[in-house]
Design a protein around this ligand. Structure first.
Ligand code: OAD
Ligand code: ZN
Length: 241
């Protein structure tokens, strides 16, 4: 076993309240592109930058184009959990991991069996009518073309946090509580450039901070262990006792 893996294994063994903080890089091994890698979503050609399309104003003013982008680029109904998602679910089931905090909206942690998941940016599985607030599953938005509508005629909106929109307060509070009580924080698959999500790391008071990411991030200097590798490859080698 490589040295950095031995260290990570030892810290996992010693910990009882592990929290995992992740981003789009956790789902790339499931075939969902991330945002900021060279082949990520933000390096593809659109008439508008994705930050514009994924904004509240754009949703209100160009609803049809929003849904075209959303269906094509953000919905991945066929995606399956990968070995990172599965290992985290295993760690939780073994009573070692207390929470997953994710910026992802794909629901793959829950699909892998994780129960305590704080979805900072919402979830594609939840959609609601902007007029009568009736809830709809992802299928209601996936299916068909154009603007998805409620039986009442109102426009459906995915329960995902768009630019200009605030994060859900209860979700943030739950994430902060879990992070502040963690004895090991593993941060992985995130560029840590999107706030307020990335700012939640400052609530960590535990012993070791581990960072697993293909590329360097602004938090590498703060971390006690930095692994520049695929998160699925790394986590799959961790044994759960
Ligand atoms: P980014 O695309 O900004 O960063 C993903 C990071 O994961 C990059 O640094 C990659 O190098 C790394 N990466 C990719 N595959 C990996 C793998 N298999 N193993 C390890 N690392 C890998 O994605 P996020 O940080 O999640 O927000 O982006 C944050 C937010 O920006 C998203 O939640 C989204 C976006 O705008 C909203 O839509 C509100
Ligand atoms: Zn309605």
């Amino acid at each position: 076993m490589e040295d950095h893996l031995k260290t990570l294994q030892q810290w996992v063994d010693e910990s009882q309240r592990i929290v995992f903080f992740g981003g789009a890089g956790v789902s790339t091994e499931s075939g969902i592109p991330d945002f900021r890698s060279v082949d990520g979503l933000y390096h593809q050609e659109y008439s508008e930058p994705p930050e514009t399309i994924l904004s509240h104003t754009y949703f209100e003013q160009h609803t049809e184009e929003f849904f075209r982008f959303y269906r094509q680029k953000l919905l991945a109904p066929e995606a399956q959990p990968n070995r990172a998602h599965r290992k985290l679910a295993e760690l939780e089931a073994a009573g070692k991991l207390t929470a997953v905090v994710t910026q992802n909206i794909d629901g793959l942690h829950q699909k892998a069996g994780s129960r305590c998941v704080y979805e900072l940016h919402g979830a594609v599985s939840r959609n609601y009518c902007t007029r009568c607030h009736r809830f709809y599953p992802m299928e209601a938005v996936c299916a068909g073309a154009g603007v998805p509508r409620c039986v009442c005629g109102g426009i459906l909106k995915p329960d995902v946090v768009l630019y200009e929109e605030p994060l859900d307060q209860a979700t943030v509070e739950g994430a902060v509580q879990a992070i502040s009580q963690a004895d090991l924080l593993i941060v992985a698959g995130t560029s840590l450039v999107v706030y307020p999500a990335a700012g939640l790391l400052r609530f960590y008071r535990g012993k070791h901070l581990v960072l697993i990411n293909l590329e360097p991030t602004g938090a590498d200097r703060r971390a006690d262990l930095v692994i520049h590798d695929q998160v699925g490859r790394v986590l799959s080698q961790i044994r759960v006792h």
